[in-house]
Design a protein. Structure first.
Ligand SMILES: C[S@@+](CC[C@H](N)C(=O)[O-])C[C@H]1O[C@@H](n2cnc3c(N)ncnc32)[C@H](O)[C@@H]1O
Length: 545
């Protein structure tokens, strides 16, 4: 498989491992006003660089995100907008300087963009559920490089498709060459199905049929099974490829013998054709004297397979997005030059999420993804949740503020838009869980430390125990095979010895193996082997005690 190289790649391919785990600091909670419609709770908006934020989400959300939509800077070379599109944001420049080093100063625009995207896509891949899917908005500035990057990180076989989204209504006549009318949305599954019958991996949901589509169904022969439309009785195989499908069919009304063309034979075998006659599934034209067509009943058609061409009447366009933004923020309040229309993201959610999905947008901008999630929930009674991440200072004043207004309602008089309900929590990025010398940063608190250790031990969620469990406050997890204990006291050195073991009373729940974290261990190797005890030293400096 061809792979892409660029200046600085060697510095970033493993960088996601080096990004410190940091605590997400809870800043505020926002709830819909009383009497608002019910909508999802447990939503999050995080202000910070998405690299750190994504890493911090791993302990809680690795493998749990169902759908990711991102709209990263397209790297068009335009700067000085409400956000910086050219990866020349001081924060990203500083980050590149730290990660790529001196070499970083000479990187081209494209090298920088790739360095920025690679570790973030790596983390997004880890956050995605087995049957999850990622949609990435992009244009021709980085489309080709992104495709190779995604092939490398997600795997070529997990490429689903490239959607073409019509972003404008009218062509620009002053373009030097073509008038650019579309963006792409690149779609990759964490695991794509190997065939239609494969029950694993990402499942695309068909779109609901529209009235226009339903109107194509009639009932020319008053069939009691309801309305139907007719489709071709032939297929695109020739008589040499499918000799069994090249046979004469008799029109029962005229007794005429009808042959298909040798270049497009019947779609159905002789036996299946006889069944079709038996089941009144053939239409012979309005006068009954025509060639056969297949009767397709509306009930049998479960929905519409989405196409890769999304026109503006289907998914909105940039102009609609700006109008939508302006309805929420008066021009004296805030500006954002590149919002996406919420209709576009609703389409993504309709085909890729169910009512309980978790949706992540780590380049949140004006918060359109949250808007789309809340809108769709309001329409179908769903409980989809979102996590948004935005680096710039407008994370609060635009990203979160838009969501507050969408939840509570906005506008005045005849332009008033009712609130959709729901709530969210707002976070910033706090302290690292580890100090630079790899010892625990105890200042983050026991809850965070226990949660991190449970994650690094891979304790299944269902087996994790709170501190106020019935056995011991040091228990972190328990199942029939293993007990995990974190014997930690902030102000004293803890010692794994017989006295400590005597305090543990598991009774019948006694597991086979005990993994015990403590500062010291006084048990002998033989004893630990005999009772299947594994000691792990808590990484902290205990010389101060
Ligand atoms: C094209 S805009 C997204 C627009 C969004 N889809 C909407 O509808 O409003 C890209 C956003 O990603 C943000 N961004 C860029 N780099 C980031 C990073 N490293 N971490 C978090 N946000 C970032 C930018 O500040 C900008 O707001």
């Amino acid at each position: 498989m061809p792979t892409l190289t660029w200046v600085g790649k060697d510095k970033v391919v493993n960088h996601h491992h080096d990004v410190p785990f940091k605590v997400l600091r809870h800043e505020s909670h926002f709830d819909a006003p009383e009497g608002s419609p019910v909508n999802s709770t447990g939503n999050r908006i995080i202000h910070g660089d998405n690299l750190e934020a994504l890493k911090s989400l791993l302990p809680e959300f690795e493998g749990k995100v169902n759908c990711i939509y991102i709209d990263p800077p397209y790297n068009t070379g335009n700067e000085g907008w409400a956000y910086n599109d050219a990866v020349n944001d001081p924060k990203i420049k500083k980050w590149l300087g730290q990660v790529v080093g001196k070499e970083g100063e000479d990187l081209s625009r494209h090298d920088k963009w790739l360095c920025m995207m690679y570790p973030r896509l790596k983390l997004l891949h880890r956050l995605l559920a087995k049957d999850g899917v990622i949609f990435i908005s992009i244009d021709d500035n980085e489309h080709a490089t992104l495709k190779l990057l995604m092939d490398e990180i997600f795997g070529l076989r997990n490429f689903i498709d490239n959607v073409i989204w019509q972003k404008k209504q009218s062509p620009q006549n002053d373009s030097t060459y073509f008038s650019d009318m579309h963006d792409y949305i690149m779609v990759y599954a964490k695991q794509a199905k190997t065939s239609k019958l494969d029950t694993n991996g990402f499942e695309l949901i068909k779109l609901q049929r529209t009235q226009v589509q339903d109107d194509r169904y009639t009932n020319a022969d008053n069939d009691e099974r309801g309305v139907w439309t007719s489709s071709d009785y032939t297929c695109n195989k020739n008589a040499d490829e499918r000799p069994n499908l090249y046979y004469p069919i008799i029109n029962p009304n005229t007794n005429e013998e009808i042959l298909p063309k040798r270049t497009s034979v019947w779609r159905y075998s002789k036996d299946r054709h006889l069944e079709n006659i038996e089941n009144n599934l053939i239409y012979w034209g309005s006068d009954g004297k025509g060639r056969p067509r297949f009767k397709r009943f509306v009930e049998a058609v479960s929905g519409v397979v989405p196409s890769t061409l999304w026109l503006r009447d289907f998914a909105g366009d940039n102009q609609e997005a700006r109008k939508e933004f302006r309805k929420i923020f008066h021009e004296t309040e805030a500006d954002f030059s590149t919002p996406k229309p919420s209709t576009l993201i609703e389409r993504v959610l309709q085909i890729a999420t169910n009512k309980d999905s978790l949706i992540l947008d780590s380049f949140a901008g004006s918060g359109t993804t949250a808007h789309a999630v809340l809108k769709l929930n309001a329409q179908d009674g769903g409980n989809r949740r979102f996590i948004l991440i935005e680096m710039e200072d407008y994370a609060d004043t635009i990203t979160a503020e838009r969501v507050r207004r969408v939840i509570s309602g906005y506008g005045e008089g005849t332009k008033k838009v009712a609130g959709l309900g729901g709530s969210f929590d707002y976070y910033t990025i706090g302290e690292a869980i580890f100090n630079p010398d790899d010892t625990l940063n105890e200042a983050v608190g026991i809850e965070v430390i226990r949660h991190y250790v449970a994650y690094s031990e891979g304790i299944p969620n269902a087996d994790q125990t709170p501190q106020d469990n019935t056995y011991t406050p040091y228990l972190m997890g328990l199942n029939s095979d293993t007990a995990w204990l974190f014997y930690y006291e902030p102000n004293e050195v803890t010692c794994l010895d017989l006295d400590f073991l005597n305090t543990l009373k598991f009774g019948v729940a006694k597991p086979g193996t005990a993994i015990i974290y403590a500062d010291k261990c006084l048990l002998t190797k033989e004893f630990m082997t005999q009772y299947s005890i594994i000691f792990k030293k808590i990484p902290r400096d205990i010389t101060r005690f």
